[in-house]
Design a protein around this ligand. Structure first.
Ligand SMILES: [Mn+2]
Length: 345
């Protein structure tokens, strides 16, 4: 599945070619960054803006339009572009996404979910249809979104040391291969200050392949890998603490102090990979609240979560097997008891 047709990809390519000063907005995760880089590398001009926290291009960003005066706006891997922003920007917008769908007026909108709600093709796989040359960026973006792309076999042939032939799914690719390591490099460099993260992205935009990062011999590759190592050390420390948690009734629940950086999602994902039959709850306690990431492979989480939240001050939701939730710290014990009772036996 490619997420867009050849004719659509050509449309986007023409739109990009014709642009003299494009402005790109992208999500702050590996899929967002890779989809941006795949578009940018076709023309190597314009400016990139990483959209953090709320995945929406809203009136906050109108100032960027005034500052850069773009002739075209490209949006990738973001759930929303506000109608008010579109109307005020008075600049043609081309938008590649795989959330929603959430179509708006006066925009070139490409989203595989318009045709089929279950078509969850990452933005970087769509952008690769447009770009057609930087396979490594497409692979990093796809695996970063837990998606096994149609070009996986081609990638294995071209980069056997990054993705060995025996690997058959995104979980193993992410946690047990050098390609997965690159996904973590992208993911963790984005956890640093925005200005540092943008420097990393600019450096990568100038690279012709993954070898430069893997070998870390150039100054810019060393810059990125040093930043990655710093963030990764914090993650590894927290992960080794989390790994000491004893499971109870099929749940591994680990809560850590909020003074530390947030790695709840990353740790929950890793813990699930290592303990496939368990429910994983990883929470960070800060300012009297516990914010958590939960994972379960064997049942559908949202209805269980809903029951666990009965009578509790908090909220939560998400996907079938991955949810987020937030509760008052002094009610966490009750929440967990209710969760345990609601779990299918
Ligand atoms: Mn995505």
């Amino acid at each position: 599945m490619k997420g867009m047709t050849g004719a659509e990809a050509e449309e986007v390519r023409d739109f990009l070619d014709d642009s003299i000063n494009p402005l790109f907005f992208f999500h702050d995760d590996p899929d967002g960054v890779c989809s941006y880089l795949l578009l940018y590398r076709l023309i190597m001009r314009g400016h990139g803006i990483m959209v953090k926290s709320v995945p929406s291009v809203d009136s906050r960003y109108y100032a960027k339009v005034k500052e850069y005066r773009p002739d075209r706006i490209f949006v990738s891997d973001l759930y929303n572009v506000e109608q008010d922003f579109i109307d005020r920007a008075k600049t043609p917008v081309c938008w590649l996404d795989h959330h929603g769908p959430n179509p708006k007026k006066g925009v070139r909108y490409y989203n595989p979910r318009l045709a089929n709600k279950n078509d969850n093709i990452p933005a970087s796989v769509m952008a690769y249809e447009v770009n057609q040359k930087d396979l490594w960026l497409a692979a990093i973006g796809a695996i970063g979104d837990w998606h096994w792309p149609w070009f996986a076999e081609e990638f294995k042939r071209r980069y056997p040391s990054l993705l060995p032939a025996k690997v058959k799914n995104p979980d193993d690719a992410l946690f047990a291969t050098p390609l997965g390591r690159l996904v973590f490099v992208f993911s963790f460099m984005l956890k640093t200050r925005t200005s540092l993260a943008m420097q990393c992205i600019e450096h990568i935009a100038g690279m012709d392949g993954p070898e430069e990062l893997m070998e870390a011999k150039t100054e810019r590759a060393v810059f990125i890998m040093d930043l990655f190592s710093k963030v990764n050390r914090k993650y590894e420390d927290l992960l080794s603490e989390a790994r000491q948690t004893k499971p109870k009734d099929g749940i591994i629940c680990w809560i850590y102090a909020g003074s530390k950086d947030s790695f709840s999602k990353d740790i929950a994902n890793r813990m699930l990979y290592d303990n496939q039959d368990m429910v994983i709850i990883v929470g960070r306690e800060k300012d009297g609240l516990v914010k958590m990431s939960m994972r379960a492979r064997n049942f559908i989480l949202p209805p269980v979560l809903e029951q666990a939240l009965q009578g509790i001050e908090g909220h939560g939701g998400g996907h079938e097997h991955a949810c987020g939730a937030q509760v008052r710290a002094d009610q966490f014990k009750t929440f967990l008891e209710q969760f345990r009772k609601a779990m299918p036996k």
